[in-house]
Design a protein around this ligand. Structure first.
Ligand SMILES: [Zn+2]
Ligand SMILES: [Zn+2]
Length: 151
């Protein structure tokens, strides 16, 4: 069980948020827009009631419209995607819940979690269980001398 409130934020720490309740649902979206705005194979958005989320450092957010009716907000310093807003929807918005500190579970109902737009997924995206899993570094990564000395 997740104990609320839970906190998250961007990588540089300029934008922080606190969630006082679990999301209504979580979507892992594989569409091209989500791939290009996240730089990842999919983006994970959670539908949250606006009144259950507090945002600090909002003046460090910048916005980009990915469709006529949808705005994405990200940290202007580190580029981390954080929030999404559908025009005209005043009660709900999206939070990129992978940015919760420590990878904490957002506590959503499991039957309300889904992978969406799979038809648009990158052609080399594999079902995650079909590829080897590594607990730390995998073979063939770029690992700097600084990282080696930390390890
Ligand atoms: Zn940041
Ligand atoms: Zn998408």
């Amino acid at each position: 069980m997740t104990d609320f409130p839970v906190s998250g934020g961007c990588h540089c720490g300029a934008v922080r948020f606190t969630m006082h309740a679990p999301p209504l649902s979580v979507q892992h979206c594989h569409c091209e827009t989500c791939r290009k705005t996240s730089g990842s194979l999919y983006a994970t958005g959670a539908v949250m009631p606006c009144d259950k989320v507090e945002i600090e450092g909002a003046d460090n957010l910048t916005a980009y419209r990915t469709s006529a009716s949808f705005e994405r907000q990200f940290c202007r310093t580190c580029g981390c995607p954080l929030f999404g807003y559908e025009d005209g929807e005043t009660a709900l918005f999206y939070v990129e819940v992978a940015t919760l500190d420590g990878g904490v579970d957002p506590g959503h109902p499991r039957e309300m979690e889904s992978h969406i737009y799979m038809r648009s997924r990158a052609e080399w995206e594999h079902v995650s269980d079909a590829v080897p899993h590594f607990q730390t570094d995998g073979p063939g990564e770029i690992i700097t001398e600084a990282q080696k000395s930390e390890g």
